[in-house]
Design a protein around this ligand. Structure first.
Ligand SMILES: [Zn+2]
Length: 395
């Protein structure tokens, strides 16, 4: 990697001296090193010669604009510059099919970062969405008389319909559920937990990703890829191990076959149902010794919920951060695609420009297949999460 960076810097210096320095109208030389590419920001990203520059991160009173050259710039607030740089690095990797959504979501969640354009979208369209649901309820002859479970079913239909009729929506509309319905009321819910991990972001992310299964007993053998992480969580008091796990919970984490084996000789024939087997096993005084002959307690781990932390709220935070991350990614990548077309157009002399809006939203649909003699004044992404494309072609 160091060699690559050195090579890039060398290339940058070479370019700089070779290229004539263009003068600004104010007479000051315009210094634009091609080395401005986000090398320092994303050490992992592989350099590709036709990498498209979406513009250097720009600080404004609203926050950091990640991609000022894009037709749909994204403004991030509540982040440090270093976090914004890392975020842009991950987005650039997404352009090259790197899978970095989790990393992007993590930066947003742990910094409580927000995207101004996403917030504006929610502010504008959430009221429309909620109004549609209320209208559908009022129009429904079933709603008022439906029993509780049917109401839940009706409501999910209404939500779907309310999303369908939104004029502008991301090409991945499922993210709207987290933004409209399940928004965290307290984005700082995870702050206390993050503190407990003291910079160990890998372990923190692992823990959060496992929280859904808190309480379940897992068998994690010594050669398991995640074994060390489970052990580290035990150290932090966020997981129990082996004999520290309640006997009943150990039993429920075992296979029926293993329990039957441990109580062999005490029963006439093996139990056919696990619940019955557990019930019986709990009455056997030396059950731990018996189990110990068949299973390794040391391999058993149980994730615990953190004390004094609202886990549901944390999960909402992550769901929300994931939704914002997906929108950022889609908008950023769409912008890069357009910038690439614009770059290609420079020497290409296209006969026409065409918009492809397939699979986007009602707002974009009328543009689909439209051909323009000149570069259209409005080019995608037309809105956040827009999946439209513009292409040049020849008759
Ligand atoms: Zn679109």
């Amino acid at each position: 990697m160091e060699y690559l960076i050195l090579a890039l810097i060398a290339a940058g210096i070479w370019y700089y001296f070779k290229a004539k320095k263009p003068e600004h109208h104010d007479g000051s030389p315009k210094i634009e090193l091609p080395i401005k590419i986000t090398v320092s920001s994303s050490p992992d990203s592989s350099f590709s010669p036709d990498k498209v520059d979406s513009g250097a991160i720009t600080e404004t009173i609203d926050g950091f604009i990640l991609n000022p050259k894009s037709p749909c710039p994204l403004t991030i607030t509540d982040l440090t510059r270093a976090e914004a740089v890392a975020l842009k690095g991950y987005l650039d990797e997404e352009v090259n099919w790197g899978r970095k959504i989790r990393e992007i979501a993590y930066i947003l969640a742990q910094s409580n970062g927000k995207c101004k354009e996403v917030d504006e979208y929610v502010e504008k369209y959430r009221p429309q969405y909620l109004a549609s649901i209320e209208r559908l309820k009022a129009e429904s002859p079933e709603w008022n008389v439906a029993p509780e479970k049917d109401k839940e079913d009706l409501l999910s239909e209404f939500r779907q319909e309310a999303l369908n009729v939104l004029p502008v929506k991301p090409s991945n509309p499922e993210v709207l559920d987290a933004l409209f319905e399940d928004a965290p009321s307290d984005v700082t819910a995870d702050d206390k937990l993050i503190e407990m991990f003291d910079q160990d972001t890998e372990l923190y992310r692992f823990y959060v990703s496992q929280l859904w299964s808190a309480g379940q007993v897992r068998n994690v053998p010594a050669d398991d890829y995640y074994r060390k992480r489970y052990e580290a969580l035990v150290q932090k008091g966020l997981a129990r191990r082996g004999q520290d796990i309640a006997l009943e919970e150990i039993l429920s984490g075992l296979r029926l076959k293993d329990i039957n084996q441990a109580i062999q000789g005490l029963i006439e024939k093996p139990f056919g149902r696990k619940a019955k087997a557990i019930e019986f096993a709990l009455t056997v005084p030396d059950i731990k010794d018996r189990l110990g002959k068949h299973v390794a307690f040391r391999e058993m781990f149980q994730i615990r919920k953190p004390e004094g932390v609202d886990v549901q709220e944390i999960q909402r935070c992550y769901k929300h951060a994931n939704a914002v991350a997906t929108i950022l990614r889609d908008t950023y990548v769409s912008g890069i695609r357009t910038l690439k077309t614009l770059n290609e157009a420079k020497g290409a002399d296209f006969d026409y420009w065409e918009i492809c809006a397939e699979g986007c939203c009602a707002h974009c649909a009328p543009f689909h297949g439209k051909k323009y003699k000149r570069k259209p004044s409005k080019i995608p992404p037309f809105h956040i999460g827009c999946g439209c494309e513009v292409e040049g072609g020849y008759d």
